[in-house]
Design a protein around this ligand. Structure first.
Ligand SMILES: Cc1ncc(COP(=O)(O)O)c(C=O)c1O
Ligand SMILES: [Zn+2]
Length: 437
């Protein structure tokens, strides 16, 4: 067997190559984003196959049972399986959308991949499994991230689990309650930055230059290797049958970028014979990618972001260039949706018994728009990603249903009704009459 590396870092802008253990977050030459690149031909020769991944579904090793590490060879082939950090992440449900929700969306062939079912309640756990594994591999002592909430909740947990110090920087007052609670509870050093997410992110990148901390934001390409597995697992659940569309909310654009990479790699290895089209959905008030897309992928113009979906309240997305690459390589597109559409879609997803946080519902609101505008055709198969759990943002749920959210009409409100401890009052509310008396 040759000693040629199986994995290296490469610049998406100038193509320059660096060793996989270099502690860099951007190309030292041109400042471009970095990819973790694998020698796909060598991996194929070593027996990587869909059958191998399927066999592991019945495995007993902890890493085999992880929805990330089941795909070890396509994620971090050079890290021994004994060194992989895992909380059993992934293995999330792929729901068939039926009934009222299907009617609301206007499509009968929609599935929802619910990443809110991860251990800390969001897709971030996949990228943190790989990110903290790499941090340990490099001998880091402390990891840091800026966060609209879920990244910090996840990093705080994985840091503790793997013996690292976690440091999280939030935009003050702009993070949903459940997420702040998690980061505090998991014992991270929590810092509220007076400013927005984009300012917190800049501070963290500065810290990476000056302080002994390893950055686990999605600028770190090892994060995206974990997030790729959302798509590997989704395809596996569909018996490797490729859908026509994959629809995903876009904030910092890490997820969508990683999906493009996932499909490109499987395609290059000959493991799938076509790629789905990726549709990225942004909130109207936080839509720098949408604006660029409208102008034929004009250079990114950062904007001041505002949306009720705080997880995607990002005006200067780190992974812009990678997301554009993903869109181009899958004939993808970008749509924007209003906060009202996000909240109504969320109410419908919640009432279907599935539930998600606001940013997640952007994907379903996006599917609805794409169907109404004739981009998604009735016979096409669509997978939309729900990125976070309903309980992440309980304040938002109660305010929607009680009609107290500013500028949002509670179209599908389920109002809480107060009664005395009286059977007649209860019977009246449920539209029945008591049989006795
Ligand atoms: C629930 C949720 N959805 C979507 C996103 C956006 O993902 P990305 O930054 O990968 O575009 C985030 C990011 O924090 C999130 O927490
Ligand atoms: Zn470069």
């Amino acid at each position: 067997m040759s000693n040629k590396p199986l994995t290296w870092l490469s610049c998406v802008q100038c193509g320059k190559v660096y060793g996989r253990n270099e502690r860099i977050y951007a190309c030292p030459d041109c400042g471009g984003l970095l990819d973790v690149t694998h020698d796909l031909a060598a991996l194929r020769q070593r027996g990587v196959s869909l059958e191998l991944f399927d066999q592991r579904l019945g495995g007993f090793e902890r890493w085999e049972r992880s929805g990330v590490w089941r795909f070890h060879e396509l994620v971090a082939p050079e890290i021994p399986t004994t060194d992989l950090v895992t909380r059993g992440e992934g293995n999330t449900t792929l729901y068939d959308v039926v009934g009222d929700l299907a009617s609301y969306v206007g499509h009968q062939r929609l599935q929802l991949k619910h990443e809110g079912e991860n251990p800390t309640g969001s897709f971030k756990d996949r990228g943190m499994a790989t990110g903290t594994t790499q941090a340990k591999h490099l001998g880091a002592r402390a990891v840091i991230c800026a966060s609209t909430g879920n990244t910090s909740a996840s990093m705080a947990s994985f840091a503790r689990l793997s013996g690292l110090i976690g440091i999280v920087a939030f935009p003050a007052g702009k993070v949903a309650l459940g997420k702040v609670a998690q980061a505090v509870a998991y014992g991270a050093i929590c810092v509220e930055v007076r400013g927005d997410f984009d300012q917190a992110q800049r501070l963290v990148l500065q810290a990476a230059e000056e302080l002994p901390v390893y950055v686990l934001n999605s600028v770190n390409p090892y994060r995206l290797e974990g997030q790729k597995t959302i798509m590997f697992e989704m395809l596996q659940q569909r018996r490797w049958h490729v859908p026509d569309w994959v629809v995903v909310p876009g904030g910092n654009l890490g997820n969508s970028s990683s999906f493009g990479k996932a499909f490109q790699e499987l395609y290059e290895m000959g493991l799938i014979d076509r790629k789905p089209r990726i549709a990225i959905v942004q909130a109207e008030g936080a839509s720098p990618l949408y604006r660029s897309y409208q102008e034929n992928f004009a250079p990114l113009k950062p904007m001041k972001a505002e949306t009720i979906a705080t997880a995607i309240r990002i005006g200067n997305p780190t992974n812009f260039a990678k997301a554009v690459r993903a869109l181009k390589s899958t004939d993808g597109l970008v749509v924007q949706v209003s906060d009202q559409a996000i909240m109504d879609a969320k109410a419908k997803i919640d009432a279907a018994g599935i539930g998600c946080e606001p940013a997640s519902a952007a994907s379903v609101a996006g599917v609805k728009v794409l169907i109404e505008n004739g981009y998604i055709l009735p016979q096409q198969e669509v997978v939309a990603v729900l990125t976070g759990h309903l309980l992440k943002d309980p304040t938002n749920v109660i305010e929607y249903h009680s009609g107290s959210l500013a500028n949002i009409y509670p179209t599908f409100a389920n109002r809480i009704q107060q009664i005395d401890a009286d059977l007649k009052q209860l019977a009246f509310i449920i539209g029945e009459s008591p049989t006795l008396s």
